[in-house]
Ligand binder design. Structure first.
Ligand code: ADP
Ligand code: MG
Length: 201
């Protein structure tokens, strides 16, 4: 838990996230075509490509500043529900880190918890509603163990959305027909944790 993370680490995280989103875009779109409007892959690609452009400056700012800049970029670039939600997650986490040039994994976990809470407030959603929260919450909690554990927990959380009935977002319009499909946003959230583990390796 005492590894120290700087702004460069956060840039590597977001860059790895953009890479995974690029690689998995087709799958995200496929999932969103089953229970949404088939734009989640494109939304995430557009958003994270813009994030990388924004944060890839030399030298990087503090971890907090990098996250705030990334969050703002997602909010202004992505039209779908996921843009403001992910943007809020990163921006709120960045605010919580303040101006520290380096932070511990524990501090990052506390910051991401604050970010997840803001997502819940903005989305009016809770774990179990079949949304990104079903991967974000277990991912953030497992950060207490390791980055790898967080990636595994988020991935399991995404898989666990399959039997759920969607209560928020477009998928909720389908009612019972949303059952049996993995939530696209939970799937992209798992990619964010996989990217975190990749950046830490
Ligand atoms: P849109 O639904 O506007 O087309 P996206 O397809 O990019 O946006 O994102 C859809 C994902 O956003 C869903 O799979 C879900 O995980 C997440 N989502 C939608 N509404 C909410 C909400 N109210 N709270 C949390 N997450 C949500
Ligand atoms: Mg969509």
């Amino acid at each position: 838990m005492d590894a120290v993370l700087d702004g460069g680490f956060v840039v590597r995280w977001l860059t790895a996230a953009a890479g995974l989103v690029e690689r998995e875009a087709e799958r995200l779109t496929e999932l969103d075509s089953a229970i949404g409007d088939a734009d989640h892959g494109a939304n995430m690609q557009r958003g994270f490509a813009a994030v990388v452009k924004t944060v890839d400056t030399r030298p990087p700012g503090t971890p907090g500043a990098v996250l705030i800049a990334a969050g703002r970029q997602l909010i202004s670039t992505v039209g779908g529900a996921s843009g403001p939600l992910y943007g809020t997650l990163l921006r709120r986490a960045g605010k919580s880190l303040g101006e520290a040039p380096q932070v511990t994994v524990g501090e990052l976990q506390t910051a991401l918890r604050a970010g997840v809470k803001s997502v819940q407030e903005l989305g009016g959603s809770a774990p179990g509603d079949k949304t990104m929260l079903d991967a974000l919450v277990p991912g953030v909690e497992a950060l207490a163990t390791s980055f790898e554990a967080a990636a595994g927990a988020a991935e399991q959380g995404a898989r666990d959305t399959v039997p759920m009935l969607a209560r928020k977002g477009r998928a909720s319009y389908l009612g019972e027909r949303s059952i049996g499909h993995q939530d696209p946003g939970a799937t992209s959230s798992a990619l964010l944790f996989a990217a975190l583990a990749e950046a830490a390796r």
